[in-house]
Write a protein that binds this ligand. Structure first.
Ligand SMILES: *Cc1c(COP(=O)(O)O)cnc(C)c1O
Length: 375
């Protein structure tokens, strides 16, 4: 047997947790709404192909990604179900989308024509209801729907969907929720008078899937909640989601330092009393935010251990408060939180960001390992 080298630092992704979360979302939205699991950006850092398989096993009717390359990678990995990508660039290879039976989005009349020139595609018409990001502006809806209707009549494309995206679904009292829902209903009516019969109308992300049933329409697009992370922290009641990602490493060195010792670049932290430090071999080269210096904590030897000083490219230090666990001792940066370890939410709170950014940015030299406790 070849001796296995210990992982320097890794992401452990629990596929049973992904399945559990997709099933929970299904329970929350009910049986009549189609469920899309969003697996863009390498499955929010969890591994796109593996997450996609787990989501399909748990009943995801659709997968959603941003780019056509992501969609093609899912097809190459063997996925055969309904699949939508929504962020094309000018000159996109729509013929590849048609050949791969991949649904695409259109934001403008020009894009509709570009898509139709490439073959008979399944298109989701995107209307901007207030985010001011992608999608046809309100004033362009009549022309947009008329152009789509003409192309349908000519047999050059199928309108598979009509959709938009919310500004503040995680803030239920935000006025944009009401105004966007009203505008989306107008778009549905206008599209209908233009003779369009989209198969699915969709507006909700995870937060709206959980908090606003009036915008479920035919399909919900759930990303963050499928990974077990709360789509609206502080607003939702217990959703019974399980965080799927654990980020872990092992100390390469532990040592004592004297009171007055400055720690890491710039000496932004000075030991007030004698203590001990543990060296963790990951840094901003792995996507650990440099801003986490002196702010976030990890779990090691049965306690939360605060990061001391700056996070470097390859490493950072934590305060072990006098203990000296041996090198090789496990360090959990974050995980589900069951064992006392910080969660991705704790990191997001400490850094004044969102869990989406914490889990998606990790990579670099981290390896990823998928586990399936139910397999
Ligand atoms: C990323 C994304 C989603 C998923 O949002 P979550 O908040 O992660 O559920 C849904 N729709 C669109 C258009 C997106 O870009």
């Amino acid at each position: 047997m070849t001796p296995t080298r210990p992982a320097r630092a890794e992401l452990v992704v629990d596929l049973a947790a992904i399945r559990h979360n997709v099933r929970r979302l299904r329970e929350i939205v009910g049986p009549d709404v189609a469920m899309m699991t969003v697996v863009k950006a390498d499955g929010y850092g969890h591994g796109m192909a593996e997450v996609a398989r787990a989501a399909r096993e748990a009943g995801a009717d659709w997968l959603g990604v941003a780019t056509l390359d992501e969609a093609l990678a899912l097809r190459a990995a063997g996925d055969r179900g309904r699949l939508l990508c929504w962020l094309a660039i000018p000159g996109e290879d729509y013929a590849a989308a048609v050949a791969g039976d991949i649904d695409v989005a259109a934001y403008s009349v020009a894009q509709l024509e570009e898509v139709a020139d490439a073959g008979h595609a399944r298109v989701h018409l995107k209307v901007d209801t207030g985010l001011m990001r992608g999608g046809a502006a309100r004033s362009d809806w009549p022309d947009f729907f008329a152009a789509a209707s003409d192309l349908v009549r000519q047999g050059r494309l199928t309108v598979a969907g009509l959709w938009s995206h919310l500004v503040a679904a995680d803030v239920p009292e935000h006025p944009a929720n009401d105004s966007q829902e009203a505008e989306f209903r107008e778009a549905i009516a206008l599209a209908s008078s233009a003779g369009l019969r989209p198969e699915v109308r969709h507006l909700a992300n995870s937060a709206a899937a959980v908090l606003r049933p009036s915008v479920h329409f035919d399909l919900v697009r759930c990303g963050i909640a499928a990974y077990g992370l709360d789509p609206a922290p502080g607003v939702t009641s217990d959703l019974d989601l399980r965080p799927a990602m654990t980020a872990r490493a092992a100390f390469v060195l532990t040592k004592a330092v004297r009171a007055g010792a400055g720690v890491s670049y710039g000496h932004t932290w000075i030991a007030e009393h004698d203590t001990t430090l543990g060296l963790v071999p990951v840094g901003y080269g792995e996507g650990i935010p440099r801003a986490a210096g002196n702010l976030a904590s990890v779990w090691a030897s049965g306690a939360r251990r605060p990061i001391r000083g700056r996070v470097c490219m390859d490493q950072f230090l934590v305060d072990l408060d006098g203990e000296l666990p041996p090198p090789g001792t496990d360090v959990v940066l974050f995980g589900p939180g069951d064992g006392g370890e910080p969660t991705a939410q704790d990191w997001a709170d400490a850094l004044d960001t969102i869990t989406y950014e914490i889990v998606t940015r990790l990579g670099g030299r981290l390896t990823r390992r998928h586990v399936d406790p139910e397999a």
